[in-house]
Design a protein around this ligand. Structure first.
Ligand code: NDP
Length: 395
């Protein structure tokens, strides 16, 4: 089917968050477009290196409600997708190369094509950092994991290695001792980066031991014959290598949110996660973020799905609230903007539409005209003695 060029909702990302947003948006008759990335099933490849989403590198998922016998990660994502398509979602494979949120409708470029949308839902995920060795990928889901909450249960009475020296490594190692008989934390330095409380907790745990100044050079095992059997350590100070027997390897060296495309356009925290408020709203009205690209705390399929649902509802409400007048205004002003200097005409045009302040704010990025109208209606706050509400992105 040929793609339209304009959508009311475009969703970036086809993991649990993006596809849940699609199910809800489609059932609200918004006919969304999901841009899946060039590696479907999860995070977009907008960082350039993502080898698929968390669930597509997981085998059994046993903690997603509704599947008492568990389900394979890729199968779960396929079911999500079928459900979204059933209600009218369009999907597109491709890498998003740029996004322009500074004008309305928003523009999303995929290769040579540019699509526009009235609302954008960002569900581009976060990528678990990996060691970058071939055997790690070969055994991913077969003893190698980047998520203890997801996979710890499979390692009852086993011996495990956790790589990393931050809070995630401490937390995952501590969590894994619920199942494993022994957990060895391997850190590339002799000093942990983790917070004191998390270090103390790990150090006091009798099942946890540490190997310092050491990296994992190789993972041993056969994905078809029981998975991981051990790893090769290399001491970075002495260069000495050692084979170490274990049944599983958990990589806990951090995550990177797939948010590079939004730098300079959306507010991000210092680690690059998109900042959201009042549900899934970002600092630009009409742009919503859900799933791991805005959540560095929970990072679960079910929480991602939950925020995907929220984002779709927020987008639907935004479109209802903004209404056709605002959408029309945004397009008209955009078209006229280049030709028109600042004059009364702009203000008259806005007055004719009789928009409320709230609707004007929704239409905010289109230009100084809106700011002038709002300021005329509501004198600047400094004249009234309190702090003004910021009007985002006035060009
Ligand atoms: P961090 O960036 O804090 O730590 C990553 C760790 O992995 C570091 O020790 C780093 O080593 C090591 N590392 C990085 N790359 C490699 C590599 N290629 N090979 C070997 N080791 C590597 O990430 P976290 O995920 O631990 O934490 C992220 C944020 O989330 C932090 O702010 C943390 O406090 C927070 N967090 C909080 C939790 C809580 O409060 N419950 C739980 C989990 C995370 P080096 O130290 O040498 O750089």
């Amino acid at each position: 089917m040929d793609k339209k060029s304009h959508y009311r909702v475009i969703i970036l990302g086809s993991g649990a968050a993006g596809l849940t947003a699609a199910i809800y948006a489609a059932r609200a008759n918004l006919k969304p477009l999901v841009i899946e990335g060039s590696q479907p099933g999860g995070q977009l490849t907008i960082t350039g290196s993502q080898p698929g989403g968390q669930l597509t590198i997981t085998t059994d998922v046993e903690n997603y409600p509704g599947f008492p016998k568990g389900i394979m990660g890729p199968d779960l994502m396929e079911e999500f997708k079928k459900q979204a398509v059933r209600f009218g979602t369009e999907t597109l494979f491709g890498e998003v190369t740029s996004v322009n949120l500074k004008q309305r409708p928003f523009q999303v470029t995929v290769g040579k094509e540019t699509y526009t949308c009235d609302t954008l839902i960002i569900a581009s995920g976060a990528t678990a950092k990996l060691l970058g060795i071939e055997s790690e990928m070969k055994l991913m889901g077969h003893g190698v994991s980047a998520c203890a909450t997801c996979d710890g249960f499979f390692f009852k009475d086993r011996e495990l290695v956790v790589v990393g020296g931050g809070d995630t490594a401490m937390e995952e190692a501590t969590f894994l001792t619920k199942f494993a008989t022994k957990v060895t934390i391997v850190h590339r330095r002799d000093k942990l980066r983790a917070s004191k409380i998390m270090q103390d907790r790990a150090e006091k745990n009798p099942k946890i031991s540490f190997v310092w100044d050491t990296v994992v050079e190789e993972v041993y095992g056969d994905p078809k014959a029981g998975g991981v059997t051990g790893v090769r350590f290399k001491n970075v100070k002495t260069g000495k290598t050692e084979d170490f027997k274990c049944d599983g390897l958990f990589i806990a060296i951090g995550h990177e949110p797939n948010s590079k495309l939004f730098v300079g356009q959306l507010e991000l925290n210092p680690s690059g996660y998109i900042l959201t408020h009042d549900g899934t709203k970002t600092n630009i009205s009409g742009v919503f973020a859900c799933g791991d690209v805005q959540d560095h705390v929970y990072r679960q399929a079910v929480t991602a799905a939950g925020t995907g649902c929220m984002a779709a509802i927020d987008a639907e409400r935004f479109l209802e609230e903004a209404g056709p007048k605002v959408i029309k205004l945004q397009r008209l002003v955009k078209i006229e903007h280049g030709e028109r200097s600042e004059n009364r005409q702009g203000n008259d045009f806005l007055s004719d539409l009789q928009l409320s302040d709230a609707q004007l704010r929704i239409a905010d990025p289109v230009g100084r005209h809106l700011q002038q109208v709002l300021e005329q209606r509501n004198p600047p706050a400094r004249d009234r003695g309190h702090v003004p509400l910021p009007i985002a992105h006035v060009s």
